[in-house]
Design a protein around this ligand. Structure first.
Ligand code: ACO
Length: 308
């Protein structure tokens, strides 16, 4: 193999500059990007379900409009990410098939149910908060189209996070029953949210290589720590308790100590055995089937427009 393109690639990565679609890249770099970006895109699309379930029963027109806009944003994020992935030579149709066949993953967090309306707020505050923590560094990822997609996504995620926090703040100013709803929701989501960052660094098979390639800029544990440190004062301001008896400020480290998530539960959810995995994929498959006529019509229209 010609050593020159590899050297050019290595130099670009070393300069922390960007690799663009037409540049030469190692096969494994391309594969890793497809894996991560596809997984990210699928997460956005599957992530529409847990909150989408509340659109029909949001408690006011204002809350309904906010939630609708937010869930539509997630669809948009999925589309930017599928488009970024297509620059690597795979089609969105192929990626969707891989998801539906269970051969590509999506974030574990979306396999948890949303039985309470407070979950809409908690997802905005904690799930989107964790997503921002993980995704802001990805704006500087080494692959151009992915990094550029992340910039816009992060801006929208910040709005999502604030709307969630504002919703919870409103409920906390309400009745005793509303405050209890918020606490119950936070109790259910806290540990699964910490799992979003992925396995501990020592058990993360992809991290070292992805960081050497500049795809990931921080390790899973670094981002998890950052998220905890960022969230504790927000929980205080809100007046909720984070359900971790080991959570405390460590003066020496200048960071919080916190407990270990249940990694067996994480493994089960990633394997497909979480509370809602089957339901999420069934719903996605049904939506895909229902949308077949739209894809057919769009393809026929594009072919005719092309012929003209
Ligand atoms: N849910 C499901 N699978 C996960 C999760 C998770 N929360 N965390 C890690 N995994 C999987 C990895 O994909 C990997 O499996 P694979 O090799 O089959 O892909 C395996 O567990 C081992 O993990 P790592 O070696 O740590 O994998 P990686 O280096 O890819 O790091 C991470 C995982 C941090 C999720 C990374 O891929 C990432 O930053 N992705 C972009 C962000 C993203 O996908 N966010 C989606 C949720 S946020 C939202 O959409 C609102």
């Amino acid at each position: 193999e010609d050593p020159e393109p590899q050297a050019a690639f290595d130099a670009t990565i070393a300069r922390r500059d960007r690799i663009e679609p037409r540049d030469w890249m190692p096969d494994a770099y391309r594969k890793t990007l497809v894996r991560q970006i596809a997984q990210h895109a699928h997460s956005e699309i599957i992530g529409m379900q847990p909150e989408g379930a509340w659109i029909g029963s949001a408690p006011s027109l204002r809350r309904k409009a906010i939630l609708l806009a937010k869930v539509q944003d997630e669809a948009g994020h999925g589309l930017y990410l599928y488009a970024a992935c297509e620059t690597l030579g795979v089609s969105r149709a192929e990626l969707t098939d891989l998801l539906l066949a269970g051969r590509q993953k999506y974030s574990s967090i979306f396999n948890y149910p949303t039985p309470s309306y407070a979950d809409v707020g908690t997802i905005g505050w904690l799930v989107d908060g964790a997503a921002i923590c993980n995704q802001v560094p990805l704006c500087r990822t080494s692959y151009g189209p992915y990094g550029r997609a992340m910039i816009r996504i992060c801006k929208e995620e910040s709005f999502h996070q604030r709307q969630g926090y504002e919703l919870l703040m409103t409920m906390m100013r309400g009745t005793e029953a509303q405050r209890a709803m918020v606490q119950e929701s936070v109790n259910r989501f806290w540990w699964p949210v910490l799992m979003m960052f992925g396995p501990p660094d020592v058990q993360s098979p992809n991290s070292a290589r992805s960081m050497a390639w500049g795809i990931k800029r921080n390790s899973n544990d670094e981002l998890r720590q950052k998220f905890v440190d960022m969230t504790v004062p927000q929980a205080d301001a809100l007046g909720v308790t984070l359900p971790d008896p080991d959570l405390r400020w460590n003066e020496e480290r200048g960071q919080h100590d916190f407990g270990e998530p249940d990694w067996e539960e994480f493994a089960a959810v990633v394997r497909g055995d979480g509370p809602c995995n089957a339901q999420r994929l069934r719903h996605r498959q049904a939506a895909h089937d229902d949308g077949a006529w739209v894809r057919e019509a769009a393809t026929a229209f594009a072919a005719r427009a092309g012929a003209r």
